[in-house]
Every structure is written in structure tokens, then in C-alpha cells.
Design a protein around this ligand. Structure first.
Ligand code: SAH
Ligand code: SF4
Length: 385
């Protein structure tokens, strides 16, 4: 029997094509999207506005399947972490962080990461594969469902996914097509209907892919900078050797300036590591570097993990760093560590990755070049929302 097609991660455009291939009208796609992403229904027989014949047909050729949750962990501060099975002995993580009215879900885009940043535990685990769009949007579905949010009235629970950040495991721009397709579902009114100002893609700087991003989405952008000059950034974020800071900031600026609404800002993420990038001269250099770029700055105290010798920044150094940037006129926030007791803080997301890159043949910049060289090398199938 041919494998059933999973509708979980299909954007509206792809789902319309799917219905047309069944000889059905396109508007069915919007109905299906609502059943899946707004009401959390995965059984076609429950879809009351769809004829019995079509429900049966769908049951034969299609399915709605989220990945399987292995474990759900709740932190004392309300943070909830999901460990999710993705086959081949691999697992990924998604983390929900409540903050007043806001509920941010941090979503993974790959099983592991090939970019090997020296301060990141995901990077230290190697890379296995890209997540499918079913697995990416499936994380939102799983979290929303766990809060009873997926009901006709939007649910009445006190927790709700209002924001999504692609800051979990993996480099989203190296899984361009699937990430963009799932972002469409997050933002589509028939999907989760999250505003473009509440969906953020974070990248360590795959410039050729970033150059193309604006054609496909108008979501928010975060750049993982972590250093004010190339010499230091080369040590922390190896992809910088391929795409140095000036190129990265130019590309980010073009993205943000290409958005139709003005006053959007790029978020600069800067992980502060003790004695490495946390000195006042680094802060001054950063202020100078960013002076012509529309940014706000988010400082992240380094979260230690077992495979790393780096240490967390001292509070003194962190507040001094922040003050220099504020004095220079930048909106500068500090990301407080959340979910520490369940290893859910930034950079602690480890999941379970069966490395296929053989770390001995360390990478991998060649691979990136290949994947992102020219338009068309990254295959793009998504056309619209
Ligand atoms: N690959 C993307 C998105 C995932 S990483 C990127 O690099 O942007 C999400 C954020 O967590 C990045 O800013 C990353 O630099 C930061 N991070 C990774 N490891 C960390 C650690 N140990 N402590 C604090 N922040 C970390
Ligand atoms: Fe990959 Fe981001 Fe971690 Fe770097 S910081 S290894 S790009 S997940």
C-alpha cells in the first residue's frame, strides 16, 4: 500500500494542490487547516463540514500525524519542555516559556546542528537530519494541544502559545524549505494566526539563505552575533569564516529594510561568556559596529553544559556590558534563564542526536557552501500561505 501523505505540515498552497489532485475544490484546504491547527482534530471522521465520501477518501490516502512526545517536563517556573521522538533513535526538544500574557514556544528545526558553535550543546552533538515541516509545526501543535488551546473557542487554559521562536536545536536557514513552510502555517489565519511580529527566526548567519528569506516571509529576524569582531566570532561561530560579520549585517539589514512595514528591528543575540566576550571594550566595539543597523540587543548569559569549559558571565560584567549599550542608545535586554531545573535554558537543548557527520571529519563549511551557493540550490516548493 502506498504511504499515506501527512497533512500536518502542509501549507495552504500545498494543501490546495493536494485537494485539486483529488479532484476536489481548493477551499477544502482552509477547512482542513482549521480542523488541524485550530481545533486539534486528527481524525477525518470528526470533520463535520466535510462529506462522508470525502472523509473516507481522505482516510485512505492521507493522515494527520504529529511526532510522538516521549516526555513532558514541567519546571517550577512554568516552563514546559517536550522531548519528541523523531525516529532512528533521535529526539528533539521544544520549550514553552510563559511570561505574563505571553507564551513563547521555542521550536527546533534540525536534529542536531552541523555548525558546531563552540558554546552550544546542540552543536556539540553533531547533526543527523533536517526536520520535516510536519515535525516542525507538529511541535506547535503538541504544545498548543497540551494546554487545551486547540478548541473551537481557542481554549480557556491559562497558558497559550502566543509567540514562536526558531531558537531550539538546529540552524533554521539550513532547512530553508521546511522552516518557511511551517512558518507559513504559524502565521496563516487558518492555521495558528500568529502575527508576523511574534514569529522569530534566529540564525547564526547563513548569508545566501538569508538573502532569499525576504521572498518567502516577513517574520522577525534574530542574528546570533556573540562577538563584535571577526577574530573573536571566528572562534565562537565557525560559519563566520565563510560569511563574516560585515556580510551578515548587510544581509540582515536588507531583509529588515525590505519588509513593507517600517520601524522593524533586528534582534541581535549576544551570549556573554566569562572573560571571553564580556569586557567593556567588547561592548564599546559592539556599539560602534551596530551604529547604522536598526537593532535591539538581547544579552544571554552563557548556560554551562558538561562538554564545555566556558563559564557563565558574572552579574557585574553582564550589567556593565548592558549599561554601556544602553548609554550608547540601544534597547538592550537580558534574557533571564528559564527552566534551568529541567535543562530547558538556551543552549541546553540536547535531545538525542545520532551524529552522522562523524565529528572527526569536522565539517562542514563545504557542506554549507554547497547547500546555499546560488539560488535554486536550496529547493523551494512553497509558493504561498
Ligand atoms: N541556530 C540558530 C538557532 C538556534 S540557537 C542560531 O544559532 O541562531 C538559539 C540561540 O541560543 C542562539 O543565539 C545561540 O547562540 C544561543 N545559545 C546556544 N548555546 C548557548 C548557551 N550554552 N548559552 C546561552 N545561549 C546559547
Ligand atoms: Fe547550531 Fe545555533 Fe547551536 Fe550554532 S548556536 S551550533 S548554529 S544551533
Amino acid at each position: 500500500m502506498p504511504e499515506k501523505v501527512n497533512l500536518m505540515g502542509m501549507s495552504q498552497g500545498r494543501m490546495e494542490a493536494f485537494f485539486e489532485s483529488l479532484g476536489e475544490k481548493k477551499f477544502r484546504a482552509a477547512q482542513l487547516l482549521k480542523w488541524i491547527h485550530q481545533m486539534g482534530v486528527s481524525d477525518f471522521q470528526q470533520m463535520s463540514n466535510i462529506s462522508k465520501a470525502l472523509r473516507n477518501r481522505l482516510g485512505e490516502v492521507a493522515e494527520i500525524r504529529a511526532p510522538e512526545v516521549i516526555e513532558q517536563l514541567d519546571s517550577s517556573d512554568g516552563t514546559r519542555k517536550f522531548l519528541i521522538r523523531v525516529g532512528g533513535g533521535n529526539a528533539i526538544e521544544a520549550v514553552f516559556i510563559p511570561e505574563g500574557e505571553r507564551g513563547t514556544l521555542c521550536v527546533s528545526s534540525q536534529v542536531g546542528c552541523s555548525l558546531d558553535c563552540s558554546f552550544c550543546s546542540t552543536g556539540k552533538q553533531g547533526f543527523n537530519r533536517d526536520l520535516t515541516s510536519d515535525e516542525i509545526i507538529g511541535q506547535v501543535w503538541i504544545a498548543a494541544k497540551s494546554f487545551g488551546q486547540l478548541q473551537e473557542d481557542g481554549g480557556r487554559g491559562d497558558r497559550k502559545v502566543t509567540n514562536v521562536v526558531l531558537m531550539g536545536m538546529g540552524e533554521p536557514l539550513l532547512n530553508f524549505e521546511n522552516v518557511v513552510e511551517s512558518m507559513h502555517l504559524m502565521m496563516n489565519d487558518n492555521g495558528y494566526g500568529i502575527s508576523k511580529r511574534r514569529v522569530t527566526l534566529s540564525t547564526s548567519g547563513v548569508v545566501p539563505a538569508l538573502d532569499r528569506l525576504g521572498k518567502y516571509t516577513d517574520a522577525c529576524l534574530a542574528i546570533s552575533l556573540h562577538a563584535p569582531n571577526d577574530e573573536l566570532r571566528n572562534q565562537l561561530v565557525p560559519i563566520n569564516k565563510k560569511y563574516p560579520i560585515a556580510q551578515l549585517l548587510d544581509s540582515a539589514r536588507r531583509y529588515i529594510e525590505g519588509l513593507p512595514d517600517s520601524h522593524r528591528k533586528i534582534t541581535i543575540e549576544y551570549t556573554l561568556i566569562d572573560q571571553l566576550n564580556d569586557r567593556p571594550e567588547h561592548a564599546h566595539e559592539l556599539a560602534e559596529l551596530l551604529k547604522d543597523v536598526p537593532v535591539k540587543i538581547n544579552l544571554i548569559p552563557f548556560n554551562p553544559f558538561s562538554l564545555s569549559n566556558y563559564k557563565r558571565v558574572s552579574n557585574n560584567a553582564m550589567y556593565r556590558f548592558q549599561q554601556i549599550l544602553i548609554d550608547a542608545g540601544y534597547t538592550t535586554t537580558i534574557r533571564t534563564t528559564r527552566g534551568d531545573d529541567i535543562d530547558a535554558a538556551c543552549g541546553q537543548l540536547a535531545g538525542q542526536v545520532n551524529d552522522r557527520t562523524k565529528r572527526s571529519q569536522r565539517y562542514k563549511l563545504d557542506q554549507v557552501a554547497l547547500m546555499s551557493a546560488e539560488d535554486g540550490v536550496i529547493p523551494v516548493k512553497i509558493v504561498n500561505q
